[in-house]
Design a protein around this ligand. Structure first.
Ligand code: KIV
Length: 268
């Protein structure tokens, strides 16, 4: 069973993947992946939105519950969606608390910044483990002007390092670093005792995370730092086309798929 504390003591790199449903969570968990992130990337990967911004607390709660039901060993982390934290303190606690109390998550992830240091401290003291997230934070896409690399100037890199330290001091148990230069991520990793988990942040982080659809080859628009480890899109397309052809050619259903009940041949 992976725990937030256990992640810190690991000697091998931490593996983390996103999951949005019970079946996929079971496959990922069975493969021995350490952390299942119920990412707000579900907005683009599962719910058909153009960004993560429309994702609701209910969306994440429902999907987190499914992922928690589908996994036994992995740590389940619910990603707090846009404006679900930081607007109002009691609302923040209620929303994050729901992920643990109702959905069965082990922890929450907050897209972090100066505004989440005190929140991280507060949630942690209440017993809600927090994974921080710095660098490219997609919920800020409208301010960032796109999903661009972050921490590319000295001032920006220093800010990431300083915020990383502040979130560690506030009690975060791990830090996601997204789309930042590898040398910046390496220095952040060196500076912290908590593990860093990189996505587009080079090989010196304590672990790696990717979006499951990118790994499976299901994404239409994977980011440049992702790697496709399979071609599930081609396998699904084949299966769907084979089904269509079988129905159209009347080879499906066959006798073995059908059942005839005696005495029911002459209905009025
Ligand atoms: O929502 C998500 O999938 C994420 C990962 C990319 C870290 O935040």
């Amino acid at each position: 069973m992976t725990t937030t504390r256990g992640l810190r003591d690991r000697s091998e790199p931490i593996t983390m993947l996103t999951a949005y449903d019970a079946g996929t969570a079971r496959l990922i968990d069975d493969a021995g992946i350490d952390v299942l992130l119920v990412g707000d990337s579900m907005g683009t990967e599962a719910l058909g939105y153009d960004s993560t911004l429309p994702v609701t607390v209910e969306d994440v709660e429902r999907r987190t519950a499914a992922v928690a039901r589908g996994s036994e060993e992995a740590l389940v982390v619910a990603d707090m969606p846009f404006l679900s934290v930081g607007v109002d303190e009691s609302e923040t606690v209620r929303n994050a608390g729901r992920m643990l109390k109702e959905a069965g998550a082990d922890a929450v992830k907050l897209e972090s910044g100066p505004h989440t240091v005190d929140l991280t401290d507060h949630l942690t003291h209440l017993g809600i483990p927090v994974m921080a997230h710095l660098g490219l934070t997609p919920q800020h896409v409208n301010q960032l002007g796109g999903y661009t690399r972050q921490g590319t100037t000295e001032a920006a890199a220093e800010e990431i390092l300083s915020l990383a330290r502040e979130h560690e001091a506030a009690g975060a148990f791990a830090l996601v670093l997204e789309h930042v230069p590898a040398n910046v991520a390496a220095q952040v990793t060196e500076a912290l005792d908590i593990p860093t988990i990189g996505i587009g942040a080079g090989g010196d982080c304590d672990g790696q995370v990717l979006v499951i659809n990118d790994v499976l080859g299901l994404s239409e628009d994977a980011p440049p730092f992702a790697e496709q480890f399979g071609d599930v899109r081609a396998a699904m397309t084949d299966a769907i086309e084979n089904y269509r052809d079988a129905v159209e050619s009347e080879s499906f259903p066959a006798e073995k798929h059908s059942h005839v009940e005696d005495g029911l041949d002459d209905l009025s």
